[in-house]
Design a protein around this ligand. Structure first.
Ligand code: FES
Length: 164
């Protein structure tokens, strides 16, 4: 099963690379974005393949990709949380929400738990500045979030996933 999914992922990377011309470094970021949109994250194989396609070392690709905070290097959790820490949300207390999520999940931003349930990322603006702090849970937006709502929300989400 694992082997089949690795072959499928490899084939998908091939299909994406075919859309670009080899050696064009300016295509790197859109190419990585497309790979991530397709598979949810940038695997080590994707980094190596994209690097050799545009003629950059793996170290350089990691360096560039980590500069852009939209890239993930691990598969996301079943529950993917995004938290806005843009100016408006920050002024409304997003840091308390972030601290509480870290406390409740035991994860840093960009990490996925060993049980594969939670992952979360910090965003710079999620388009709801007048309603912050804003979070999204698997694409569903929650506004005016308070840190003390998090333990119950996390508990509920964990229960749903564990009983699927
Ligand atoms: S700053 Fe948080 S939604 Fe814009």
């Amino acid at each position: 099963m694992y082997y089949i999914s690795m072959v499928l992922m490899s084939t998908k990377i091939d299909l994406i690379l075919k859309k670009y011309k080899p050696g064009r470094r300016e295509d790197l970021i859109p190419m990585l974005q497309e790979i991530q949109d397709d598979s949810g994250y940038l695997s080590e194989e994707a980094i190596i393949r994209a690097g050799s396609f545009v003629g950059l070392s793996t170290t350089k690709i990691y360096g560039l990709a980590t500069f852009y905070d939209q890239f993930r290097f691990l598969p996301a959790g079943k529950v993917q949380i995004k938290i806005c820490n843009g100016t408006s949300c920050f002024l409304n207390g997003s840091q308390y929400v972030i601290n509480k999520i870290m406390e409740e999940t035991g994860l840093d931003p960009g990490q996925t738990g060993r049980d594969g349930i939670f992952s979360y990322e910090i965003e710079t603006c999620m388009g709801g500045c007048n309603h912050g702090p804003v979070i999204s849970v698997n694409g569903e937006y929650h506004t005016h979030i308070k840190a003390d709502q998090l333990p119950e929300l996390i508990k509920k989400l964990r229960y749903i996933i564990e009983n699927e």
